[in-house]
Design a protein around this ligand. Sequence first.
Ligand SMILES: NC(=O)c1ccc[n+]([C@@H]2O[C@H](COP(=O)([O-])OP(=O)(O)OC[C@H]3O[C@@H](n4cnc5c(N)ncnc54)[C@H](O)[C@@H]3O)[C@@H](O)[C@H]2O)c1
Length: 383
Amino acid sequence: MKSVRLGIIGLGMGGVHARYLLDGKVNRCELTAVCDMDPNRLAKYNNLRTFRDAGEMFNSGTIDAVLIATPHYSHTTLGISALKKGLHVLVEKPISVHKADCEKLLEAHRGKKQVFAAMFNLRCTSIYKKIRHLVTSGELGEIRRVNWIITNWFRTEAYYASGGWRATWGGEGGGVLLNQCPHNLDLFQWMFGMPDRVRGFCQFGRYHKIEVEDDVTAYFEYKDGKTGVFVASTGEAPGTNRLEVTGEKGRLVFENNKILFTRNEAPMTEFSRTTDQGFAMPPVWEVAIPVPADTGAGHQELTQNFVDAILDGAPLVAPAKDGMRSVELANAILLSTFENKTIDLPMNSAQYERHLKRLIAASKFKKKEVKPAVNDLSKSFNK
Ligand SMILES: NC(=O)c1ccc[n+]([C@@H]2O[C@H](COP(=O)([O-])OP(=O)(O)OC[C@H]3O[C@@H](n4cnc5c(N)ncnc54)[C@H](O)[C@@H]3O)[C@@H](O)[C@H]2O)c1
């Protein structure tokens, strides 16, 4: 194969992916087909093969690979049938709504040679790549504490009304944790690993007329004693994106798109144990961290990586199997809130699925869908 024939299912965010593909921004990849159950969304793709049914697109012989950009629950069902058809699959975040569905989806890929990736485009952002490098290379020393306030995911009532599936247990399976924060939870575990225990405090419909969580505070514990606090909301404006990492060798703060690194001349615990002065502090250096300018093209970079993996066996930036971790964190934060207790990881996927099914069955929430006058999806991408 010299070039990958790609199909897209779901033309909301999928339309954004289609744009850069049709502009030729991904080498050796041709967008040959699109699929959406809504015929209005297909209308502008008359030069391509169009389908209203994903199964027909899978059987059409017009594609080698598929990008799934539909509402969350269908990532599992569409992903499984695409993998069964022998297609390479790139799935939008979250890979599934809950851990049990992730397990089913990943099981469908077991032993298969197809490439299976997830759209964690923020892994391509220069600044996050740099922070990860500083953490994993040991530049900060052993990590003691991580605090991430990510409350600049502001969303309006018009946003929630724009899709009948949004912000319902049955349609989306959660709120800010399942829609906006899969990116941040993925980055959290990509940089610092998975915690061993999770305590969550969610508020449901605190800022919006929705039944799911739009405000979250979570506490993570790791076996090595490291702790994390993760705060997220879609109701706060202007909101904050502030990541603070405390390591033995200093403190890193990421805010306003800049990294500030205050480096301890001596590791803090060693200093504490060896100095004979009661109020001394390790001397510090302010270190300028050079970060290459961000291209702002994370989606197309990730799609390029998917294509390179298919054609050349390039290692994936975001293998789909990694996607289960952010789902598990989101599920554990919610389960901890519902049960008012700390959840040990790995969590019991069947227990969470049962809980979610009860919420869906008990839901009396009636949602009125109103298409917004203007919906500029590019404003939805957070850094
Ligand atoms: N990576 C990112 O930066 C980013 C940004 C926005 C959205 N997303 C993700 O994209 C996905 C879609 O979100 P959205 O905001 O585009 O939603 P949306 O409601 O705007 O669009 C979804 C589209 O999928 C179509 N659809 C639903 N089920 C279908 C099916 N079975 N077959 C064919 N078409 C179907 C709908 O008709 C609709 O046009 C979600 O997983 C979301 O989390 C990712």
